[in-house]
Write a protein that binds this ligand. Structure first.
Ligand code: FAD
Ligand code: SF4
Length: 484
């Protein structure tokens, strides 16, 4: 009986896959966690108590059937484990690697209360890699072709998940992206030490093998108008993500000025990822976006800031400091990532606020003040208050601003005033139909939620595919009725 082999949390301790030592991992951009062996995955999966009400599953944005795939892993029924895990998630090997499980499934695992949680993400990765090794992962080919075409703007996880699901249903899919590569932030944002690029390229190939076409280096609104795209396709999905970097103290803040040596996080990470992918960058861009031999200060406390500090370490910076105005307990980034950064030699200046920069043409220091956390505001977060007289200078010749992202002005970029957006600029959709204010135009991912997570982008992409399918079938049925 399988359950005899489960519930092992009482005698078996939680283990993560082996992590490469900090000195070794600073030398390259390879993933830092090794894969679980079959035996280790079985051992760790067996810690699950097979809860009647599995909080891991209810707190997963995709409602992945985690207890079942853990049990199937323990039983050695790996192909079935793969089928269960891929039934709800288009890209489980990606979520297994980079979802913040400590805030989602693992953070809600019931045995977390007295014992450490089950190691869910690493088992998910093990199942999917086993499936790839055995050739079980196939291109999403349809049983029957359909004539309708769908134009997807954005080849990030939301657009790709929608393409995967729609192609399975027989639709003709064309994905447009202004980048030269497929993957969105999976390729140009998230560094290889969290997600190696071949993992994303492998998915791209499967989609291509299934007949999905990619029109790259093509910005909708510039190279092709939104109106042309809408005219060409039976339905359109907007999955363009959010890219406008926030500035210190607001987007018009003069504080950042024209000084050199101050760069936005995504420009910095994109340059590093391009080099890793074998691109040669113009010399000036290489110089302005390299941390080698420099005193680097990264401003921000989210996952993007963590990716910047750890990239700078790998570029052999002289020193790397992360400046964040709240404390460790109140930072938005994953606890695991902060720990990894500390192991690699990053210094964290908690409760510290940047007030300005020093230098003539090039930055030489960041002016900072220490912070006291005051009463909680309406959002429940304690308000950072500068401590008078606490100002000091922090040496820096490269400053990376990782303060978050806002959407671009899409109605303007697409010359489409009918596209309704929220006051933050995210696209308004009807959450039932996932349709925007324009008939036949749907939206998914960060451009709807604001900067979020890959797992939510996958969920939205899958849901949008479902709603587009329903809408197109209803439309076809209506047309048939009129014709008869
Ligand atoms: P994106 O991935 O941003 O893709 C949008 C695509 O649309 C891009 O390829 C873009 O080029 C294209 N596009 C935009 N405008 C146009 C246009 N006009 N015409 C044509 N193409 C266009 N999430 C996690 O879960 N775990 C992590 O560890 C993690 N780390 C992150 C690290 C960084 C540095 C960043 C910035 C984000 C991170 N995230 C992480 C968040 C995650 O990457 C995003 O939530 C997710 O990628 C959003 O997916 P998306 O498909 O909506 O948008
Ligand atoms: Fe297993 Fe934890 Fe999920 Fe319960 S909450 S089913 S113990 S993984």
């Amino acid at each position: 009986m399988t359950t005899d082999r489960m519930l092992q949390f009482v005698r078996t301790e939680k283990a993560m896959p082996e992590k490469r030592g900090a000195d070794a991992r600073k030398e390259d951009f390879d993933e830092i966690y090794k894969a679980f062996s079959k035996e280790k995955a079985t051992e760790q999966a067996s810690r699950c108590s097979q809860c009647g009400v599995p909080f891991c599953q209810t707190n997963c944005p995709l409602h992945n059937n985690i207890p079942d795939w853990l049990m199937l892993t323990v039983e050695g029924r790996m192909e079935e484990a793969w089928e269960v895990s891929s039934a709800t998630n288009s890209f489980p090997e990606i979520c297994g690697r980079i979802s913040p499980q400590d805030r989602l499934c693992e953070g809600n695992c019931v045995i977390e209360k007295g014992f450490d949680s089950v190691t869910i993400g690493a088992v998910e990765k093990h199942i999917t890699e086993t499936a790839f090794d055995n050739g079980w992962v196939k291109p999403p080919l349809p049983r029957e072709e359909r004539a309708e075409t769908i134009g997807i703007i954005g080849a990030g996880p939301a657009g790709l998940a929608a393409a995967d699901q729609l192609r399975r249903r027989g639709y003709q899919i064309e994905i447009y992206d202004r980048y030269d590569r497929v993957g969105g932030l999976l390729i140009y944002g998230i560094p290889g030490f969290k997600l190696e690029k071949h993992v994303v390229e492998r998915r791209e190939q499967l989609l291509r093998d299934a007949g999905v076409t990619f029109t790259l280096n093509t910005s909708i609104g510039e190279d092709i108008t939104f109106a042309e795209l809408k005219e060409k396709h039976d339905a359109v999905l907007i999955a363009t993500g959010v890219y406008k970097a926030r500035e210190l103290g607001g987007n018009d803040d003069p504080m950042t000025g024209a000084m050199t040596g101050i760069v936005p996080a995504l420009d910095y990470l994109t340059a590093s990822n391009r080099i890793g992918l074998g691109d040669s960058l113009p010399e000036a861009e290489m110089a302005s976006h390299s941390a080698t031999g420099r005193d680097v200060v990264v401003i921000g406390g989210g996952d993007t800031a963590m990716d910047c500090v750890r990239t700078a370490i790998r570029q052999d910076a002289k020193s790397v400091t992360c400046v964040y105005r709240r404390d460790r307990a109140n930072m938005p980034g994953s606890v695991r990532e902060v720990m990894n950064a500390e192991e690699e030699g990053v210094v964290f200046e908690w409760l510290t606020q940047p007030d300005g920069f020093e230098g003539d043409d090039a930055v030489t220091a960041v002016r900072c003040s220490k912070i006291h956390l005051g009463q909680a505001d309406a959002t429940g977060r304690r308000v950072p208050q500068p401590i008078e007289g606490s100002g000091y200078s922090m040496k820096a010749d490269l400053v990376i601003k990782a303060l978050g992202f806002d959407p671009e002005n899409l109605p303007e970029a697409f010359a489409e005033p009918r596209l309704k957006v929220s006051r933050w600029g995210t696209i308004n959709i009807d959450w039932q139909s996932m349709m925007t204010s324009i008939d036949g135009v749907f939206a998914a991912g960060d451009i709807v939620r604001g900067a979020s997570l890959v797992v939510w982008a996958v969920r939205d992409g899958q849901d949008a595919a479902d709603r587009i399918d329903t809408w197109l079938k209803a439309k076809a049925a209506g047309a048939d009725k009129i014709a008869s």
